[in-house]
Design a protein around this ligand. Structure first.
Ligand code: R5P
Length: 266
C-alpha cells in the first residue's frame, strides 16, 4: 500500500485507538431536505471538533463547509437517484480528479447487493477502487439496504464480503444480530451506520455493541444531528467508540453534557 493511501486511511481510522467516529451528513443526496440538515454548515460546525471525519456530498462541501476546516473529508461520490425513483440505480457523481482537487481523505459509494441493479453498482465499486487506488484515495463501500432486503448477518455478511473482495478499503454497513460473523468474514475494517433516529441510550448501545463485536467505529448521522443535544451526543459516541465506555456511562455523560450545554447556551 502506498504512502498516500496509508496516510489518508490513518486520517479516517485514528491510529492511536484503531477506531473512528465518522459524522455523516450526506442524506440529502437522495432524501432532499432532511430534518436537522436544513442548514448543513450550521449543523456541522459545532460537531466537527468531535468528529474524526465528515461524510458529505460535493455540493454541500463546497457551499457550506469552510475550506480551512481540519476535518478529513469523506466524499460521497455515488447518487443520481431519489426516494421517488429506483434507489439502486445509482451511478458515480464525481470525477476522481475533483475528489483529488477537494483534498478528500476518502470516497464513498453505495452498492445494492441483491437488487436487479447489483451488477451496475458492484462494477461501479470496482471502477472506483481502480480510480481511487491510482491516486492513493481509500474507497468506502456502503452496503445500501433496499426495503425488501433483510438486515441480517447472512445478507449483510454477503454484501460486506463482496465489497471487500472488490477492493473496498472500508465497508460501511448496519449492525445486526450475529454481527461478529459479519466482521469475521470481512477482511477490511467495518463501520456501522446509525440508522433512523432512536433514543440516545439505544444509539449508544448499538455503537457499543458494534465496536465490541469488531467494528472500527461508526459513520453516524441522524442519531447525532437529530438528537436534542447533538454536541453532547457526538461526545458520548466518541467515548464509546474510542474508549469503550459502556452505554450506561455514556448516557450519563450525554445527560451531564446536555445539561451543561443547555445552561451555557453552547
Ligand atoms: C446512507 O447511505 C447515507 O450514507 C447515510 O450517511 C448513512 O445512512 C449514515 O447515516 P445514518 O446514521 O443517519 O443512518
Amino acid at each position: 500500500m502506498d504512502w498516500g493511501m496509508k496516510n489518508r486511511l490513518s486520517r479516517i481510522i485514528k491510529p492511536d485507538t484503531g477506531r473512528t467516529v465518522m459524522l455523516a451528513i450526506d442524506h440529502g443526496y437522495f432524501l432532499g431536505p432532511t430534518s436537522g440538515l436544513e442548514e448543513p454548515g450550521k449543523t456541522a460546525e459545532p460537531l466537527l471538533p468531535h468528529a474524526d471525519t465528515l461524510m458529505l456530498t460535493r455540493g454541500v462541501l463546497r457551499s457550506c463547509i469552510c475550506p480551512e476546516t481540519d476535518a478529513p473529508i469523506v466524499l460521497r461520490v455515488s447518487g443520481g437517484t431519489s426516494i421517488l425513483g429506483n434507489l439502486a440505480d445509482e451511478g458515480r457523481t464525481v470525477a476522481i480528479e475533483d475528489a483529488v482537487r477537494l483534498n478528500v481523505a476518502g470516497v464513498a459509494l453505495s452498492i445494492f447487493v441483491g437488487s436487479e441493479l447489483e451488477k451496475q453498482t458492484l462494477l461501479g465499486l470496482a471502477e472506483l477502487v481502480d480510480l481511487g487506488g491510482s491516486r492513493g484515495i481509500p474507497v468506502i463501500a456502503v452496503t445500501a439496504v433496499g426495503k425488501e432486503m433483510a438486515r441480517d448477518a447472512r445478507y449483510l455478511g454477503l454484501a460486506c464480503r463482496i465489497a471487500a473482495e472488490l477492493g473496498a478499503n472500508i465497508v460501511k454497513t448496519y449492525y445486526c444480530e450475529d454481527f461478529k460473523k459479519v466482521v469475521r468474514n470481512c477482511p477490511v475494517p467495518i463501520v456501522i451506520a446509525g440508522g433512523k433516529k432512536v433514543e440516545e441510550k439505544e444509539a449508544l448501545d448499538i455503537a457499543y455493541r458494534a465496536v465490541s463485536d469488531g467494528a472500527v467505529g461508526v459513520d453516524m448521522g441522524r442519531n447525532i444531528f437529530q438528537s436534542t443535544h447533538p454536541v453532547a451526543m457526538i461526545q458520548a459516541v466518541r467515548e464509546v467508540v474510542h474508549n469503550n465506555m459502556t452505554p450506561d456511562k455514556a448516557f450519563d455523560l450525554f445527560n451531564t453534557l446536555a445539561g451543561e450545554q443547555a445552561a451555557t447556551g453552547t
